[in-house]
Design a protein around this ligand. Structure first.
Ligand code: CDP
Length: 235
C-alpha cells in the first residue's frame, strides 16, 4: 500500500479511549466526567451484558442455558440514548424499546451478569455491536475487555484498580443514594464473586492490556483520578 494510503487508513481509525477495570472501580464515574471534559461520547459496555442478563431472567426464567441465552441475546434489541428523565441516570438503557435503566442494576442482575458474560456466543454478539458503536469515534468506552479485545488499537488505555473493600464502600454508597439498603458484607461478597468469574473466564477475561496505564484509585478522589487521566490523554 502507498504511504498516502496507509496515512489515510490511520486517520480513519476512530479515536477511542478505553477504560477497563473490576466492578465498582470508578470506571463509569471517571469516563462520564472525562467524556464531558473532552466533548466525547460516553459508552458503558457493561449495560449491554446487564440488559442481556435481564432479558434471559425475564424470558427464560434464568441464565443457565447457554444456547438459549445466546439465541436470545442475538434476538433482543439493546439501545442506549441520552437521559430522558432527571433521576440521576447518565443515559437511558432500552431493552426491546422498554426503559430498563434501573432494572439492570438490581442485586439479582449483579448475581447473574458474570455467568452470562462468560458465554462465548454472547461476547461475540455484544463485542461486534460495541465495535460498531465505537467506530463512530471520539468515544470513551468502559468495560472489562475494551483495551484487550474490543479495541486493542485504542489510542489510550486506562486500567483502574482499587481494593475490594474500597469498591464495596463506593457501591454501597451508590445503592444508598438510590434508597436501597444492603449490608457492607453482602456487597463486598458480591463484588469479590463477580471479579473471580470475570478474571478467570476463558473468553476475554478481565486483565489490563499490556500497554494500559494502571491507576490505583484507593484513597483518591474522583477529581484526582480525572486529573491523572487527563494528563495521559492530553499530554
Ligand atoms: O458497574 P460494574 O463495574 O459493577 O459492572 P458493569 O461494568 O456494569 O459490568 C457488569 C458485568 O458485565 C461485569 O461484571 C462483567 O461480567 C460484564 N462485562 C464484561 O464482561 N465485559 C465488558 N466489556 C463489560 C462488562
Amino acid at each position: 500500500m502507498s504511504t498516502r494510503g496507509a496515512a489515510m487508513r490511520k486517520q480513519q481509525k476512530p479515536l477511542v479511549i478505553a477504560i477497563d477495570g473490576p466492578a465498582a472501580s470508578g470506571k463509569s464515574t471517571l469516563a462520564e466526567k472525562l467524556a464531558q471534559r473532552l466533548g466525547f461520547f460516553y459508552f458503558d459496555t457493561g449495560v449491554m451484558y446487564r440488559a442481556a442478563t435481564l432479558a434471559a431472567m425475564k424470558d427464560l426464567g434464568g441464565v443457565e442455558d447457554e444456547k438459549a441465552v445466546t439465541r436470545l441475546t442475538a434476538a433482543v434489541q439493546i439501545d442506549v440514548r441520552p437521559p430522558s428523565v432527571e433521576d440521576g441516570r447518565v443515559m437511558d438503557v432500552l431493552l426491546n424499546g422498554e426503559d430498563v435503566t434501573w432494572e439492570i442494576r438490581t442485586p439479582e442482575v449483579d448475581r447473574n451478569v458474570s455467568p452470562v458474560s462468560a458465554y462465548e456466543g454472547v461476547r461475540t454478539i455484544l463485542t461486534n455491536r460495541q465495535r460498531d458503536i465505537g467506530m463512530r469515534g471520539n468515544m470513551v468506552m468502559v468495560g472489562r475487555d475494551i483495551g484487550t479485545v474490543v479495541f486493542p488499537d485504542a489510542r489510550y488505555k486506562i486500567y483502574l484498580e482499587a481494593s475490594p473493600e474500597e469498591r464495596a464502600r463506593r457501591r454501597l454508597k451508590e445503592m444508598q443514594l438510590r434508597g436501597e439498603t444492603h449490608s457492607f458484607e453482602e456487597v463486598l461478597q458480591s463484588i469479590i464473586r463477580r471479579d473471580g468469574i470475570d478474571s478467570t473466564r476463558q473468553h476475554a477475561p478481565l486483565k489490563p492490556a499490556v500497554d494500559a496505564v494502571i491507576i490505583d484509585t484507593d484513597g483518591k478522589s474522583i477529581e484526582e483520578v480525572l486529573e491523572e487521566t487527563l494528563a495521559i490523554v492530553q499530554p
